[in-house]
Design a protein around this ligand. Structure first.
Ligand SMILES: NC(=O)c1ccc[n+]([C@@H]2O[C@H](COP(=O)([O-])OP(=O)(O)OC[C@H]3O[C@@H](n4cnc5c(N)ncnc54)[C@H](OP(=O)(O)O)[C@@H]3O)[C@@H](O)[C@H]2O)c1
Length: 286
């Protein structure tokens, strides 16, 4: 495989691209969130994953605007260099409500557009999520977002979109994914449709970073279990979204480009599948 880098991008099915490593900001708040995002951008991260639910779109937007402003005289540094995702929360479903909520998200962030807007989950039911998806298609036409996608969608939810929006497939599906919960059925359904898989909770919310089985693989590369988990995700071809609001760990989580997991390492990790995850699982709802 071609060597991966912090600025490696994946192609989306709408012709755009997405940086493969992103910063998660769930439960990152206030000044710590602004500082964490600013540090990540300084280090070269080019992708931040927020959501209406996280109540930090303003902080993410501030960090992105500050960076664009600070670098305004550099030929290549501008808002376009950073990929910002938000997600429509469950209580904002429906055509009008979703668009109103997106306007609020843009106003909070101070950004002119998002790079990607996702439906956070299919939980509100088929009628509502289809109306919300129609709102996202129109939001993209209006330039409020460049790409659109979904999160926590199972194969049957993707099939529903095939039926109702055959010309506007989601560009990504963001799901919990790690060696312990690999989501083979959802990943296959995404690959069939050229939908990029984004892996959330790649570190098991931190709980996986002290597992001896991972430490053994990490030791072979003089790396940490967190590095192994992030590499597994990237080498699987996923967008990986580790969260940290700690400057040292933000830096550490991006230090994954100087080594490669071997086929044997990947096979050992693949054998760790447990069939269950550590967070919510709306992929199963009707
Ligand atoms: N679409 C969805 O439904 C959904 C659901 C969950 C998450 N997400 C997205 O995915 C992102 C990541 O998932 P997550 O936040 O659930 O969990 P995660 O990234 O698996 O783990 C984050 C936790 O691990 C700690 N951590 C970070 N780097 C570490 C390292 N190198 N060593 C040890 N501990 C480390 C963090 O603490 P510190 O901050 O103190 O470093 C934090 O407590 C979220 O922030 C969000 O953007 C989406």
């Amino acid at each position: 495989m071609a060597p991966l880098r912090l600025d490696t991008v994946l192609k989306l099915n709408d012709g755009r691209t997405i940086p493969q490593l992103g910063l998660g900001v769930y439960q990152s708040r206030g000044r710590a969130c602004v500082a964490g995002c600013a540090e990540a951008l300084r280090l070269g991260y080019r992708h931040i994953d927020t959501a209406q639910l996280y109540a930090n779109e303003a902080e993410v937007g501030q960090a992105v605007r500050d960076e664009a402003h600070a670098k305004r005289d550099e030929a290549h540094a501008k808002r376009d260099d950073v990929f910002v995702t938000t997600k429509i929360w469950d209580s904002n479903h429906g055509y009008d409500a979703a668009l109103r909520s997106l306007d609020k998200s843009l106003a909070a962030s101070g950004l002119a557009y998002f790079d990607l807007v996702l439906i956070h989950s299919p939980n509100p039911g088929a009628a509502k999520r289809l109306e919300t998806y129609r709102a996202l298609v129109d939001a993209r036409k209006r330039g409020l977002t460049r790409s659109i996608g979904v999160s926590n969608y199972g194969p049957h939810h993707l099939a529903e979109l095939d039926t109702h929006f055959p010309h506007d497939p989601p560009a990504v599906n963001q799901i919990e994914a790690s060696p312990f919960f690999q989501r083979a059925d959802i990943v296959a359904a995404c690959r069939k449709r050229s939908i990029v898989v984004q892996a959330y909770s790649p570190l098991g919310k931190g709980a996986f970073t002290s597992l001896p089985a991972l430490q053994r693989i990490a030791d072979r590369h003089a790396k940490t279990p967190a590095h192994v988990l992030i590499r597994w995700s990237l080498q699987r071809g996923f967008v990986c979204l580790p969260k940290s609001s700690n400057a040292d760990r933000i830096a550490a989580n991006a230090d994954v480009f100087s080594f490669e997991l071997s086929d044997a390492d990947m096979a050992e990790l693949d054998a760790m599948e447990t069939g269950s995850g550590i967070t919510w699982n709306p992929t199963l709802v009707e």
